[in-house]
Design a protein around this ligand. Structure first.
Ligand code: SAH
Length: 488
């Protein structure tokens, strides 16, 4: 056996929390992640910074070759001894070709595991308020492909059997053939008024649902311009939707926010947005990389000077730097100052007493922290202070990949920057990733909170749509802002 390991992981239908614990664990271990178009790109943020990502999205006309390419990629990396995750939308075994891919690994004696996922047909149906079975309405269900496989371009399906033998039928990849599907079902015995439901982007905040009967659904869906990814559900259970719909009825359903930095202070904001139906993608876009320090400089700089700590992180990074450079904190002669009360408390919590930093004439402070925050405060001090840069910010491929797809595939419609550092993080991330700010702004709007944040965005010529001073009632304020902007 080779030492490499392959995990086929079901990513679930869309909602990022619908991946299994086991699947997530495999993802976090991966050296290589090979992923499909129909996974929520935000899942990619939770993998190792140095993981290699391979996208095998839609390339029409190259179908056969593509599958071979994917299989070859999996093999190559596994044979090099890597841990490979093949991340598939929904469940890997439901129209996911896991059989073929695993078979090849078995032939090559490569070890693998298959981790099931929640399939779209069941999850999207339930998020639309329809249970796939019900004691009184349906004792059986079937998943059926609507993908064309016959030469005449229509799906090859045993219509008489499924029409008569199954109570709830879920079609995948079938919206394009919806008219034909409903006609065939009626022709083979289903009543015209059997309930029919189409759910697009199921379990995402942008989920859309069209309800009708076999007689009406095709026209309704055409009018609503629903396209893939969508499932079709046929059966009496559909009529339960009126009673059970729960997901797409919230005040912020259909809204999605990207927040460029993960911060404790944002926790409440994020949970409120989520509870009200929005998708929230909150993630540290930049990664801190420790800067090598010259010990002499460190001692020179820190003797008899005023060190100004700019953030909680800067306190811990400083202690780490002192220690890993073979120094003892007691060798540092400086006065410690804190940029704000929070940082002051952090210093206190590690046994260091510090006053708050107040700018005085004749003072020569040293700013201690990460590159980005130092730049920000330098600006405010007119570039007068010396610096001790402990970390520099870099970007990881996984974050660039995830960000680009979130924006391009329109999973995000709003970037929410609630403080100046978030704004700077976003700007630097876009700069370092080589993404065009204009392309991003063509697709999403930026909503900004607070005057300071506004200044940063203005300074970098990033147009924003709204500046919220404070958020007494986050949901109604944000909801209104987004809605007003959409209708104007
Ligand atoms: N293995 C996947 C299905 C892959 S086939 C699973 O178990 O879910 C791709 C089809 O799945 C799409 O054409 C669409 O019909 C369906 N699908 C996938 N994700 C979906 C979603 N979030 N909402 C609705 N349908 C979805």
């Amino acid at each position: 056996m080779n030492k490499g390991m392959v995990y086929f992981v079901g990513a679930g239908p869309g909602d990022v929390d619908l991946i299994t614990v086991k699947g997530k664990r495999a993802l976090q271990q991966a050296d290589v992640v090979i992923f499909d178009r129909l996974i929520n790109p935000f899942l990619l943020t939770d993998i190792r910074n140095d993981a290699k990502l391979i996208y095998c999205g839609k390339q029409p006309c190259k179908h056969t070759l593509r599958q071979e390419d994917i299989q070859r990629e999996i093999l190559i990396h596994a044979k090099k001894g890597k841990t490979v995750v093949r991340l598939k939308g929904g469940d890997p075994a439901v129209f996911g070709r896991v059989g073929e891919e695993a078979e090849l690994l078995a032939e090559h004696r490569v070890a693998y595991e298959i981790i099931p996922g929640i399939t779209a047909g069941i999850a999207a149906t339930m998020y639309a308020g329809v249970p796939i079975t019900h004691r009184n309405h349906s004792k059986s269900f079937a998943v059926v492909t609507g993908h064309a496989s016959k030469e005449d371009g229509t799906p090859k399906i045993d219509w008489p059997s499924i029409s008569k033998g199954v109570e709830t039928i879920v079609f995948y990849m079938g919206v394009k053939h919806l008219k034909m599907i409903s006609t065939e079902l009626v022709k083979h015995g289903k009543a015209k008024d059997t309930g029919a439901l189409v759910v697009q982007w199921g379990t995402y905040s942008r989920q859309r649902t069209i309800e009708g009967t076999l007689a009406t659904i095709a026209n309704k869906v055409e009018q609503a311009k629903i396209t893939n990814p969508a499932i079709i559900v046929v059966g009496d259970v559909v009529k339960l939707r009126n009673k059970l719909a729960w997901f797409d009825q919230k005040p912020l359903s259909g809204k999605s926010f990207l927040i460029p930095r993960k911060m404790e202070t944002n926790e409440k904001t994020v949970s409120t947005l989520k509870e009200n139906g929005a998708d929230v993608f909150e993630h540290d876009l930049l990664i801190n990389r420790e800067e090598k320090q010259n010990i002499k400089n460190l001692l020179n700089l820190s003797s008899k000077r005023e060190l100004v700590f700019l953030s909680e992180k800067s306190v811990y990074a400083f202690l780490l730097t002192v220690g890993t450079n073979g120094l003892d904190l007691r060798q540092i002669q400086s006065t410690f100052l804190a940029i704000n009360e929070k940082v002051q408390r952090t210093l206190q919590s590690v046994g260091l007493q510090a006053n708050l930093f107040v700018k005085r004439v004749g003072m020569s402070p040293v700013l201690v922290g990460g590159e980005l925050e130092i730049n920000y405060y330098q600006d405010q001090l007119n570039n007068k202070a010396e610096e001790l840069v402990l970390t520099k910010q870099i970007v990881a491929q996984k974050d660039v990949e995830s960000f680009t797809r979130l924006i391009e595939e329109q999973h995000v419609n709003t970037i929410f920057v609630s403080n100046p550092m978030d704004a700077l993080t976003l700007i630097r991330f876009i700069e370092l990733s080589g993404i065009s700010m204009k392309d991003v702004l063509d697709k999403v709007k930026v909503i900004c909170q607070g005057k300071e944040t506004m200044h940063v965005l203005n300074k970098h010529n990033v147009p924003f749509e709204w500046a919220i001073e404070d958020l007494p009632d986050l949901v109604s304020t944000l909801g209104e802002v987004v809605l007003q902007k959409e209708s104007s």
